[in-house]
Design a protein around this ligand. Sequence first.
Ligand SMILES: [Ca+2]
Length: 242
Amino acid sequence: MADLEHKQGMVYMYLVHSYIISELRKQMPSMFGKDSKKKELIKNLDQIYNGIQREYQISPGDFPDINRMREQLEHHDFTKFHSFKPKLVENVDNMLANDIARLMQMIPHEEAEMAEQPSVQGGAFEAYNESPFGIGRGEGADAGRGEEEWIVNKERHDYDDVFQRLGPINGKITGAAAKSEMVKSKLPNNVLGKIWKLADVDKDGMLDEDEWALAQHLISIKIDGHDLPPELPYHLIPPSKR
Ligand SMILES: [Ca+2]
């Protein structure tokens, strides 16, 4: 359910952003005085927030941080913003209110994509896979299943050194710090994105030492030519988080 709430939150955030962006676009002159108008709009962003709050009855807490928004807006050409698509927003409103199932489909859903991967089930294959010699047994993400020791611990000495080098604060490194190191694997971004999602077990947007070691373990699984698991299997979850 937390996952669903997260998705709802994202759609809602998108909606609020759309209101703001389209209001800024609406107020831009088509020809002259664009720069000064942009400055004025950024300065008066609080009034624009207020107007949208009133018009769409959105609570102030649902708006993006105003100072951050101002900083970000500096870098944009408001005349290039897309104008409002009322129909889309109406749909989103309806979905927020009524149709949770459709809402789930609105945001690209990695888990669903991975679930669609073909798998062989039933009959002889099932029995075969249940034996310790089945296809893929003990390899890749499956390595370490059923073992007492967390498999990641076996190779983590180097990982810990790198972790310290990345400058952890309160025992955690930021996404940016992790990324700077993870890209050295030369794995494509979407793969590293999946690894990040799997490794940030507690979903706090940071990696602690165990999560970092896990990320490195997953990278080595992928580099060795094995598939990443759609979800982290129990034996790969850091013992401290089981
Ligand atoms: Ca984390």
